[in-house]
Design a protein around this ligand. Structure first.
Ligand SMILES: NC(=O)c1ccc[n+]([C@@H]2O[C@H](COP(=O)([O-])OP(=O)(O)OC[C@H]3O[C@@H](n4cnc5c(N)ncnc54)[C@H](O)[C@@H]3O)[C@@H](O)[C@H]2O)c1
Length: 245
């Protein structure tokens, strides 16, 4: 049995994950940590793996604590762009004894959307991302949108493409969205969504849209279980589920 501690245990993703872990073979929840609880509960319970679904401000400190205490970590919390990933990498000395797996999106459809978006990126002059989430989400843009933008930007650079064309000179209210790695990202917050994303590509005379919708948090659970089963065999930092599929 792999002994799992869930951080953010009382939240939407934490509580859905606890039910999924308890139903999964070979995994058991030994510690449930939320605001106000000491992280010492993780080692006191003998957890081998921690699952973090807290909030962007807290997750990096949690990862640091786990690495220092020899506990593997799966991070589902958003906000791990290039800066924070670099800080995670710095936590590892030459002697890597644990794995940290940062997963911007656990659903298979979203993982495939990111892969297909990176494949398409070389072929289109224009690209923008629209992400849609429930209005209780505290951070924007989503971790998935940030990762998608970074992958698209890498593919464009490798293909020798310059910046996306945009003649806008006046935009006092930020109507053109955020710029992540040079890719425009727009965030919608509306009741009814769980997590959706569109990537819109454009070139002369055509547009091409990739879209994924998570209608229920169940869509993340097979990925969460796979990550928890595999992180113990990783060392150092791994980003995304891609390499585990
Ligand atoms: N990777 C993915 O596939 C995926 C999918 C959905 C959501 N998310 C992300 O997961 C995170 C959690 O989402 P949610 O909808 O469950 O949020 P939520 O607000 O429902 O739950 C967060 C929980 O974390 C707790 N918490 C906050 N700070 C803490 C700390 N320092 N220590 C322990 N617990 C703490 C809160 O009290 C709360 O119970 C968000 O960043 C969200 O964007 C990721």
């Amino acid at each position: 049995m792999t002994r799992v501690a869930v951080l953010g245990a009382k939240g939407r993703m934490g509580s859905t994950s606890i039910a999924a872990i308890e139903a999964a073979e070979g995994l058991e929840v030994v510690a449930q940590v939320d605001v106000g609880d000491s992280l010492d509960a993780i080692t006191a319970a003998g957890a081998e793996v921690a699952l973090d679904f807290t909030q962007p401000d807290a997750a990096l400190d949690n990862v640091r604590w786990c690495v220092e205490h020899g506990v593997n970590v799966v991070v589902g919390t958003s906000g791990f762009g290039a800066d924070k990933l670099a800080q995670v990498e710095k936590l590892f000395t030459e002697d890597q004894t644990v794995g940290v797996l940062v997963v911007p999106n656990f659903s298979i459809g979203a993982v495939l959307l990111m892969r297909f978006a990176a494949d398409a990126a070389a072929y289109f002059e224009s690209v923008e991302i629209v992400e849609m989430h429930h209005p209780n989400k505290v951070d924007a843009p989503s971790g998935t949108a940030v990762r998608t933008a970074e992958l698209i930007a890498e593919a464009r650079t490798a293909a020798g493409r310059g910046p996306v064309p945009d003649a806008t000179t006046t935009d006092p209210d930020g109507a053109r969205g955020a710029s992540v790695a040079g890719i425009p990202v727009h965030a919608i917050r509306a009741r009814g969504y769980v997590a959706s994303q569109e990537v819109v590509f454009g070139d002369a005379g055509e547009t091409f849209t990739l879209r994924h919708d998570s209608h229920d948090r169940e869509s993340f659970m097979p990925g969460v279980i796979t990550a928890l089963r595999r992180v113990g065999s990783l060392r150092g930092l791994t980003v995304g589920l891609d390499s585990l599929l």
